[in-house]
Ligand binder design. Structure first.
Ligand code: TXA
Ligand code: MG
Length: 559
């Protein structure tokens, strides 16, 4: 089958030629074919909405789940009574103000509208798109055009004719190129069969604009990712807009979210960020979303940003996200859906400090100082032992690499495991890799669930495990070697030789100094003195972080 490409980006040219193309596209539609059409929101995959056979092909070509209804595209409110029943007066009020435009109204359907279009529902979605070419085609076809977004199911929607060609080009009869979509996100879907009306999908028309006209609108919980059995719009329950690499959305003030992304960024991470922050992620695959303050441009670029990662080597994507006002709600919703609602909050009032350093440097005293400031110490060793005794997947992962260390009752033989990894660096690395894989998400979930306040993570392998990425600051606790030798001799009752051996088996202070955000050096002979210093140090640090969170700006603390 050959797809005909109609270039109608410029409608000021040869009038006859343009009319011919419009007639040809309308004819294909009337005869039951599929034509992709430009709209102001995204490209649609159109068919005669009254022809069940044509509509069935839309589902086939898109790979769309059968229970997800299509919307009918019409040329104006005068078409409403033909396809809709029990139309409330506010439908006309809304149409007068916002049509043609990015608003889809859900109304009771007339029996004329086939089940294939409405997925068997007794309601139908109707919208009048704001694109001169498509309006002309619908007018000429003389039938309502059922058109979902032209992407294959699950992919980000298409905002250019090239996107359409890429997704469904060889499976349909025609593609009409009307240039890039000016809105960039799909229409707002509003259910008018209930009172007050209900927002089923945020989109190109901000909910605030409608509320100014018709008063309060309820918001379907699925929009914010709540797991509801039956979201108002069946389409909202599907994973959607997703690039191949997993996406994490970072909410919060732009400066705070940029910092959060910097914290998580790995060598093969990609970033979607506001233009102002693109420079911060140099060397990475970056898709600028538009200026911080311009949601219209952000909406226009959103799907293109999500799409173009697929051709790259990016293995994970971090995305900054505007606030929820105006068009921001739709941008938020699409990004979060693309992320499967995997979201990190950048600017809560929770402060997490990560402490690390060699034995005898004074980590215990430093943690005491944090406790004396009201902080809570998260003991990673405890969490490790907890997952060791409770998480069967974790146990299985260890058992696979270290067969026989668990008995039939799933109890760990610590000695056996210890012997396996003691003095064998590659075996220890293997064990650590498994531990880190399970420990980090566990602690991440714990910290996300924790309330506001001060927390300290105490972990030997803070930097190696990736736990440092949960922290607002990492702190290297360091001390002169001679002092450390004396301290651990006294503390653990061991010989000088053994104390030196233990210190030399660990990483040097330079390592921690180089990798952590700041350093707390413990050169004092008296533990009480060090605790006092440490308390002052943490007090200042916490104040600076609070200040930074308040203003959403980085305070330069130096190393
Ligand atoms: O901007 C748009 O609306 C684009 C362009 C092409 O017009 N179209 C579009 O269609 O986004 P689609 O099929 O990708 O999304 C329509 C959404 C789906 O979430 C669907 O479940 C919902 O609207 N929907 C359609 N009919 C419905 C109905 N009768 N009741 C509830 N939700 C409905
Ligand atoms: Mg869609």
């Amino acid at each position: 089958m050959q797809t005909i490409y109609y270039d109608l980006r410029d409608t000021k040219g040869q009038q006859k030629e343009i009319e011919d193309k419009i007639s040809a596209a309308a004819k294909i539609l009337r005869e039951g074919g599929l034509v992709a059409l430009p709209t102001e929101t995204v490209y649609g995959l159109g068919a005669n909405g009254l022809d069940p056979e044509a509509v069935k092909r839309i589902f086939e070509v898109k790979g769309r789940p059968q229970d997800n209804p299509l919307i009918l595209h019409v040329t104006g409110a005068q078409w409403l009574p033909r396809y809709c029943a029990e139309i409330p007066p506010i439908a006309y009020v809304l149409a007068r103000k916002f049509w043609p435009g990015p608003l889809t109204m859900i109304l009771k359907r007339q029996p004329l509208v086939p089940d294939a279009t409405t997925a068997g529902l007794d309601t139908v979605g109707v919208r009048c798109p704001n694109h001169p070419v498509t309006l002309a085609i619908i007018r000429e076809a003389g039938v309502p055009i059922a058109a979902p977004s032209a992407n294959t199911s699950g992919r980000p929607s298409c905002t250019t004719a090239q996107d359409v060609m890429e997704d469904v080009g060889d499976a349909i009869e025609g593609v009409v190129d009307g240039g890039p979509c000016v809105v960039g996100v799909e229409s707002t879907v509003l259910d008018l069969t209930c009172d007050p009306p209900r927002l089923l999908r945020p989109g190109g028309l901000p909910v605030e604009d409608m509320e100014r006209l018709i008063g309060h609108i309820d918001v379907d919980k699925s929009i914010h990712g709540a797991k509801v059995d039956r979201p108002g719009a069946p389409g909202m329950k599907y994973r959607h807009y997703a690039p191949k690499a997993p996406v994490t959305v970072i909410t919060g003030a732009p400066e705070a979210s940029a910092r959060e992304i910097e914290r998580w960024l790995g060598p093969t991470s990609g970033v979607i960020c506001f233009d102002e922050y693109a420079g911060r992620f140099a060397g990475h695959e970056v898709h600028p979303l538009g200026p911080c303050g311009d949601k219209q441009i952000q909406a226009q670029r959103l799907f293109d940003a999500l799409r173009t990662f697929d051709g790259t080597g990016v293995t994970e994507i971090f995305a900054q996200c505007p606030d929820n006002h105006g068009l921001g709600l739709a941008i938020n919703n699409r990004l979060k859906k693309a992320a499967g609602f995997h979201i990190l909050e950048a600017d809560s009032q929770r402060i997490i400090l990560g402490l690390t350093g060699g034995t005898g440097a004074g980590k215990t005293s430093a943690l005491d100082a944090i406790r004396s400031l009201g902080g809570l110490v998260v003991n990673c060793d405890e969490v490790y032992h907890q997952i060791l005794s409770e998480n069967e997947e974790f146990q299985d992962a260890i058992n696979e690499k270290f067969p026989g260390v668990f008995n039939a009752q799933r109890q760990l033989n610590r000695q056996k495991l210890g012997k396996e990894v003691f003095a064998k660096k590659d075996r220890l690395d293997q064990l650590n890799a498994i531990v880190f894989r399970y420990l980090v998400p566990e602690l991440e979930a714990k910290m996300q669930a924790a309330g506001d306040g001060l927390y300290a993570i105490d972990a030997i392998n803070l930097l190696e495990s990736g736990l440092d990425r949960l922290c607002d600051r990492t702190i290297a606790i360091t001390a002169p070697t001679e002092l450390r030798v004396r301290r651990i001799m006294a503390r653990d009752g061991i010989t000088e030789q053994y104390a030196r051996l233990r210190i030399s088996a660990q990483k040097a202070d330079e390592y921690y100094r180089g990798k952590c955000d700041c350093e707390l050096n413990n050169a004092s002979d008296s533990p009480a003195e060090f605790q006092k210093d440490a308390k002052l140090f943490f007090e200042k640090l916490v104040d600076a972080i609070r200040e930074e969170k308040r203003h959403g700006a980085a305070v330069n603390l130096g190393k």
